[in-house]
Design a protein around this ligand. Structure first.
Ligand code: SAM
Ligand code: SF4
Length: 332
């Protein structure tokens, strides 16, 4: 039972999920996320310490948050990540503690993260073709990702989810082969629609491959049926293969938004809380913490932020404004 009242917004949604970006840095340069030269990285002193992150997470958990996901940038490039995992795990044995990673460093880190108390891993992979991987991530690291997936499996993570972003004319011809590969490997693939969150602001709706189209392409080869009784706030409505060979998900963030049941807030690496990926307003928790605030003040700012959580993103509407920060700096 949470020891503080739940975080509820004016649209009746209760916050259960906290995404924490632990760094804005990354060892890849995915074209839909970052420019080739990287970004002007945040100076060290602007990044929250682990102690500061855990303090905010603790208040959130006391307010009824049940899931914490570590992301970035690339979370595994932050030093001593297992230490943070251990400290977050100590908040609650029941906490659903997960990570979204490009997988490159999992070969060396998966076992340690598991031992530290991480519950789940999502690994991002958009192609199984080496040359394409180099084109999209601007680094020749496909083999490392595959080794990372293997290491996660050996460390005992299950299920392992794979996040794939499709772009028309680039990797949409791999929909079925990626699905076949994931089925054979016992991995749960989740296709995520490309969103207008790239730093370069080059998003082009024409290049978006919709969740429905992706579903249909797979269903034609590997018949699918809807999975019943899952969490309605989960962005990827799960489908299962009729032959019993696992599940696949389709995140229709743009074509079929799930904002009405969104239960998350985000904490950026520099200590700003955002109540939506597309929020234009941020709440400065770093200043609050470093100004000596007590837990009651942290809770109050969280409540103020959540109360103003926007009803939904406005992609495709005239009022839509792309946030200045890109995905890697917000925390995807
Ligand atoms: N570096 C880690 C990774 O790649 O998994 C974590 C951070 S990354 C920003 C989190 C997820 O966001 C990845 O699965 C990535 O593919 C996805 N992503 C990045 N930019 C995106 C965009 N513009 N639209 C949709 N998904 C995006
Ligand atoms: Fe790095 Fe992840 Fe962005 Fe790729 S999607 S550049 S791996 S933060």
């Amino acid at each position: 039972m949470p020891s503080r009242a739940h975080l509820v917004d004016t649209h009746g949604r209760t916050v259960r999920d906290l995404r924490i970006s632990v760094t804005d840095r990354c060892n890849l340069r995915c074209t839909y996320c970052m420019p080739a030269e990287g970004m002007p990285w945040l100076p060290h002193e602007q990044i929250l310490t682990y102690e500061e992150i855990v303090r905010i997470a603790r208040v959130a958990v006391e307010c009824g948050v049940t899931g914490v996901r570590l992301t970035g940038g690339e979370p595994t490039v932050r030093r001593e990540l297992a230490t943070l995992v251990r400290q977050l795990r100590a908040l609650s044995p029941a906490l659903d503690l997960s990570i979204t990673t490009n997988g490159i460093k999992l070969a060396e880190m998966a076992a340690e993260l598991r031992e530290a108390g991480l519950s789940r891993v999502n690994i991002s992979l958009d192609t199984l073709v080496r040359e394409r991987f180099v084109q999209i991530a601007r680094r020749d690291r496909l083999a490392d990702v595959l080794m990372g997936i293997d290491a996660a499996r050996r460390a005992g993570f299950a299920p392992i989810k794979i996040n794939t972003v499709l772009m028309r004319g680039f990797n949409d011809d791999e929909i079925v082969s990626l699905a076949g590969w994931a089925r054979d490997e016992g991995l749960e693939l989740r296709f995520i629609e490309w969103m207008p969150l790239d730093f370069q602001q080059k998003w082009d709706r024409e290049k978006l491959v919709s969740a429905a189209e992706t579903h249909d392409a797979i269903h034609a080869v590997y018949p699918l049926e809807p999975e019943e009784g899952d969490d309605p706030s989960a962005p990827a409505r799960p489908w299962r293969y009729c032959d019993g060979k696992g599940r696949v998900g389709f995140v229709g963030s743009v074509s079929n938004p799930f904002c009405g049941s969104c239960d998350r807030i985000r904490l950026t690496a520099d200590g700003q809380v955002r109540t939506c990926l597309f929020a234009l307003k941020e709440w400065d928790f770093r200043a609050l913490l470093r100004g000596g605030a007590d837990d009651g003040a942290i809770e109050q700012l969280m409540r103020d932020a959540v109360l103003r959580k926007q009803p939904g993103h406005l992609i495709g509407q005239a009022e839509f404004r792309q946030p200045e920060r890109g995905m890697s700096s917000i925390g995807g």
